[in-house]
Design a protein around this ligand. Structure first.
Ligand code: HEM
Ligand SMILES: *[C@@H]1O[C@H](CO)[C@@H](O)[C@H](O)[C@H]1NC(C)=O
Ligand SMILES: *[C@@H]1O[C@H](CO)[C@@H](O)[C@H](O)[C@H]1NC(C)=O
Ligand SMILES: *[C@@H]1O[C@H](CO)[C@@H](O)[C@H](O)[C@H]1NC(C)=O
Length: 558
C-alpha cells in the first residue's frame, strides 16, 4: 500500500519549511539591507508607514507636491526623507532648506538621477540611431535630466549663450513679432473686444512659436494650422507620461518585468510623431544652411550645426533642441495662462489698474511702453507681477529631480553622495517664514514693499544653484513683455459663465501632469484705446520686419 497523502506531506514538511524559512529570511535580508540604495539618513526625519516595496511612492498620490506639502505641515518637518521604491529620497519643502541645499551647497547637489525608463529603452532597442531618436523625443533624456558631466556643461554653455542680454537684443524683432501677434490675434478674434474668448490657444501658440523660432527659426502663422494642433495635442499627451507618478517602474524594479507596465503604446506613437516634426524642422535648417552661412546666426539649431568649436555630436544637438522645446514651451505657456486668469478676477482688476498706472509713470505713452518692453524691465509693478506669478503658480511644482554629487553636512546630518533629491517649489514658494503671513495670497505688491528682503533666487520656479534654469533672464523678459503688452492693450475681465479657477492647487487641469496647466476659462477683453492699440501693432510690424522669412510671416489683420 502506498502511504497516505498526509504521511508523505509530513515527511517532506521539514524540508519545505526549511527552504521557505531560508528563502523568507533571504528576502527579508535583501529587502532590509540590499533593496534600498541608501540606509536611512540619521538626523533627517522619515515619513512613517512606507510600504515594503513601493516605499512612499503610492502614498504620494497623484499630486506629489501637494501631498509632500501636507506632510511637511502635518509633521512640522520642512525637510524629510521618504522612499521612492528602492530609492531613498529627500524632499525640501521650505525656502531656507531649498536655498541651503541647492545654492549654498550647490557643488554637492548638482547631479541628476539617471532613470530606468530611459536606460530601458536604449538597451531594449540598442542601436545608436534609435537611441538618438528616443533621446530627442523623451524628455527624461533631455538636458534638464542629464547627469553632471562634460556634455551637460557644454549644453548649458550653449543654451546660456543664447539667453544673454546681447542675444536677446539680436532676437528683438522675433520677440516683438510673437508678442504682438498674440495681442493682435486676440484683439481681432474677439471682434475688438465684443466677444468673450478662451485665451489658451493664443498663449500656446505664442510659447510654441517663441521656442520654434528660438530653436529653428520657424513659426506657426495661424492658430488654425493643423500641424500646430497636432504638436499641441502631442505635447499634452507626452506631459502626462512624464511626471514621476507616471513612471513607477523607475523606482519599483519588479514592475519592469510585469507586462502591464511595458512602455505604453500611446506614448510610443506620440513620441514617434514628435520625432518626425522635430526632425523635419532640423532638416529644414540643414537644407538652408549654405544660404545662411556667414550671416548672423539667429537660432540655436543653425549655430549648433555650423559651430564646430564646441565639438558637439549629432546626439548633443538633438538632445539640446529636444530639451529646449519641451523645457521652454510648457513652462512659459502655463505661467502666462494662469496669470491671465488671476488678472481677470475681481481682485485682479485692482492689480491691472496699479500695473497700468505704474507703466504710465515710467513710460511716456502706451506706444512707448508697448515698444520698449522688450528692451528692459522698467516697470517695477510688472516685474513684481512676473515674480509673483512664478512664486504663486510655479509651472513645475516638484522640480526635476536632482541627485547629490558628493557628501555634505546639513544641520549636523551627513548627507550621502548619490541621494535622490526633490525641491518642492509649491511649498517653498509659500513659506510664511520668508514671505510673511500673506504668503498664501497672490500679491504682486510684496515685491515692491518688503520684497527686497527675500534673498535670491526670490522663488524656486526656476530652481536654483548650479543646475538652475539656463533661461531665467530670457523667461523673465518674455513674461514681462507679455503681461505689459496685454495690460497696456486691454482691461481683462472674467467671463460670467466660465470664470477662471485660481486656487493654487485646484486650478490645474491635470493634477498628475508634470507641468501645471490651468483649466479652461474665458475672458472678456476691453481695449483701452483702439486707435492707440492699432498704432502699436503697426509700429511693431515695422520693427519686426525681417524677423522671419516670408514663408512664415503673418500679415497684420485689420
Ligand atoms: C517660465 C519659464 C520657465 C520656468 C519656470 C523654467 C523652470 C525650470 C526648472 C525648475 C528647471 C530645473 C532647475 C533645477 O533643477 O534647479 C529648468 C531647467 C532648464 N530650463 Fe527652464 N524654465 C523656464 C523656461 C525655459 C526656457 C524658455 C528655456 C530655453 C530657452 C529653458 C531651458 C532650460 C534648460 C536647458 C534647463 C536645464 C538645466 C540643467 O539641467 O542644467 N527653460 N527650468
Ligand atoms: C555646505 O554649506 C555649508 C554652509 O554654507 C558650508 O559650510 C559647507 O562648506 C558646504 N559644503 C559643501 C560641500 O558645499
Ligand atoms: C496608455 O495610456 C493612455 C493614457 O494614460 C491610456 O488611455 C491607454 O489606454 C494606455 N494604453 C495602453 C496600451 O496601456
Ligand atoms: C541674468 O542677469 C543677471 C543680471 O544681469 C546676471 O547676473 C545673470 O548672470 C544672468 N543669468 C543668466 C542665467 O544668464
Amino acid at each position: 500500500m502506498s502511504s497516505s497523502p498526509e504521511m508523505s506531506w509530513l515527511s517532506v514538511f521539514p524540508i519545505v519549511a526549511i527552504i521557505s524559512l531560508v528563502a523568507g529570511v533571504g528576502i527579508l535580508v535583501y529587502l532590509r539591507f540590499f533593496y534600498v540604495d541608501l540606509p536611512p539618513i540619521e538626523g533627517i526625519p522619515e515619513v512613517p508607514n512606507g510600504e515594503l516595496l513601493a516605499g512612499h511612492f503610492y502614498k504620494l498620490g497623484s499630486d506629489h507636491a501637494t501631498t509632500a506639502e501636507t506632510w511637511a505641515q502635518k509633521y512640522g518637518w520642512p525637510v524629510f526623507q521618504v522612499r521612492m521604491g528602492k530609492r531613498r529620497a529627500v524632499i525640501l519643502n521650505s525656502f531656507d532648506s531649498a536655498r541651503e541645499w541647492t545654492v549654498k551647497n550647490q557643488s554637492a547637489t548638482l547631479d541628476r538621477p539617471w532613470f530606468y525608463t530611459f536606460h530601458g529603452i536604449i538597451s531594449a532597442t540598442s542601436g545608436r540611431e534609435l537611441a538618438g531618436l528616443f533621446l530627442m523625443s523623451d524628455s527624461a533624456a533631455t538636458i534638464g535630466t542629464s547627469p553632471w558631466d562634460e556634455r551637460t556643461k557644454k549644453q548649458r554653455r550653449v543654451v546660456g549663450s543664447f539667453t544673454t542680454g546681447p542675444s536677446m537684443r539680436d532676437m528683438r524683432p522675433m520677440l516683438d513679432l510673437e508678442t504682438c501677434a498674440m495681442v493682435s490675434a486676440i484683439y481681432y478674434d474677439s471682434a475688438k473686444g465684443d466677444v468673450e474668448l478662451s485665451p489658451h490657444i493664443y498663449q500656446k501658440r505664442l510659447a510654441l512659436n517663441l521656442m520654434t523660432m528660438f530653436c529653428y527659426g520657424t513659426r506657426f502663422a495661424s492658430i488654425k494650422d493643423p500641424l500646430l494642433g497636432q504638436i499641441l495635442s502631442d505635447a499634452n499627451t507626452i506631459a502626462s507620461f512624464r511626471s514621476t507618478k507616471a513612471n513607477p517602474q523607475d523606482f519599483i524594479p519588479h514592475l519592469r518585468y510585469m507586462g502591464g507596465n511595458a512602455r505604453n503604446q500611446t506614448a510610443m506613437e506620440v513620441r514617434k510623431r514628435r520625432d518626425t516634426w522635430l526632425s523635419t524642422m532640423l532638416e529644414n535648417i540643414r537644407g538652408n544652411l549654405p544660404m545662411n552661412l556667414g550671416s548672423k546666426k539667429m537660432n540655436v539649431a543653425e549655430m549648433l550645426l555650423t559651430d564646430s568649436q564646441e565639438g558637439l555630436t549629432q546626439m548633443d544637438i538633438k538632445t539640446i533642441l529636444g530639451g529646449l522645446m519641451s523645457g521652454g514651451f510648457e513652462t512659459i505657456f502655463s505661467t502666462v495662462i494662469i496669470t491671465i486668469g488671476m488678472l481677470s478676477t475681481p481682485a485682479g482688476q485692482a492689480m491691472q489698474q496699479k500695473a497700468y498706472d505704474d507703466i504710465m509713470s515710467v513710460y511716456e505713452s502706451p506706444e512707448e511702453a508697448f515698444e520698449q518692453c522688450l528692451n528692459e524691465e522698467k516697470s517695477p509693478y510688472i516685474a513684481g507681477l512676473v515674480k509673483e506669478a512664478l512664486r504663486f503658480y510655479p509651472p513645475l511644482k516638484l522640480l526635476p529631480a536632482r541627485q547629490t554629487y558628493k557628501e555634505f553636512i546639513y544641520q549636523g546630518a551627513v548627507i550621502p553622495k548619490g541621494l535622490l533629491l526633490y525641491v518642492n517649489a509649491q511649498a517653498a514658494n509659500r513659506d510664511k517664514s520668508v514671505y510673511g503671513p500673506d504668503a498664501e495670497e497672490f500679491h504682486p505688491e510684496r515685491w515692491l514693499e518688503g520684497g527686497a528682503d527675500v534673498p535670491p533666487p526670490y522663488h524656486f520656479a526656476f530652481g536654483a544653484g548650479a543646475r538652475m534654469c539656463t533661461a531665467v533672464n530670457f523667461s523673465n523678459r518674455m513674461l514681462y513683455a507679455i503681461f505689459l503688452r496685454l495690460i497696456v492693450a486691454f482691461k481683462i475681465e472674467a467671463s460670467k459663465t466660465m470664470p477662471a479657477n485660481t486656487h493654487y492647487i485646484n486650478y490645474k487641469e491635470d493634477a498628475a501632469a508634470s507641468n501645471a496647466v490651468a483649466s479652461d476659462f474665458r475672458i472678456r477683453l476691453t481695449p483701452r484705446d483702439k486707435q492707440t492699440l492699432e498704432k502699436c501693432f503697426e509700429r511693431s510690424e515695422e520693427l519686426s520686419e525681417g524677423a522671419t522669412s516670408s514663408q512664415y510671416s503673418e500679415p497684420l489683420k485689420r
